[in-house]
Write a protein of this length. Structure first.
Length: 202
């Protein structure tokens, strides 16, 4: 099956020459700081997300941020950010048959916030449902987009995007799963915990 089925189409957008040119000119302006550590502790105590105490810290001097990720995941840099892959996804050239742990990614697009939302929504091929809502993400009002294939489709990946504006560009957090239920029950809280660890460089 085509590799683009495995990595959501948005990664193709951000891994581009335009992305390289953008990062070569960025002045390092950072996003607002994320919610205080106390909020994360309360959320974990109440069972609102995964325990991140043993997560590793990934720091990108190139892109100007740090973020935590599960200790057994592998970090793979892309032109517009980084993808964190669980052990069973070391080979991303074939569609996974199981996903016990879900991948994570944080990407910065050279396109504007509005343009990147349109880019995702214009990808209608193989999309059986799409849900969109406004959401505060990393302290910024952004958009959550959830989409997946129709039941009869050979494509099985259900995708969750959290997108926020950044200057004239967009910051994208994403994960994907093999079912809508897995995306909502496992992917959404995992992505929320991931986002709460994001810290832009000063």
């Amino acid at each position: 099956m085509n590799k683009k089925i495995i990595i959501p189409v948005i990664i193709v957008v951000v891994v581009s020459v335009a992305s390289y040119l953008y990062f070569s000119k960025t002045d390092g302006t950072s996003l607002p700081e994320v919610l205080p550590e106390a909020i994360k502790d309360i959320k974990e105590t109440l069972g609102g997300g995964p325990n991140i105490n043993n997560w590793k810290i990934y720091t990108s001097s190139k892109h100007g941020f740090s973020i935590k990720y599960p200790a057994n995941y592998e970090a793979k840099e892309e032109g517009g950010g980084v993808i964190f892959l669980p052990p069973e996804l070391k080979d991303i050239s074939a569609e996974p048959t199981t996903l016990k742990e879900l991948p994570l990614a944080v990407l910065i697009s050279p396109n504007s916030y509005d343009d990147i939302k349109k880019e995702i929504k214009n990808q209608t091929e193989g999309v059986g449902y799409r849900e969109e809502k406004e959401k505060v993400i990393a302290g910024v009002l952004g958009t959550e987009l959830k989409q997946g294939p129709p039941p009869e489709s050979e494509q099985k990946l259900h995708q969750l995007f959290n997108i926020i504006p950044y200057k004239n560009t967009a910051l994208i957090f994403l994960t994907y799963a093999l079912s809508k239920e897995q995306l909502e029950n496992t992917g959404a809280p995992l992505l929320d915990a991931f986002i709460l660890t994001f810290k832009p460089s000063n």
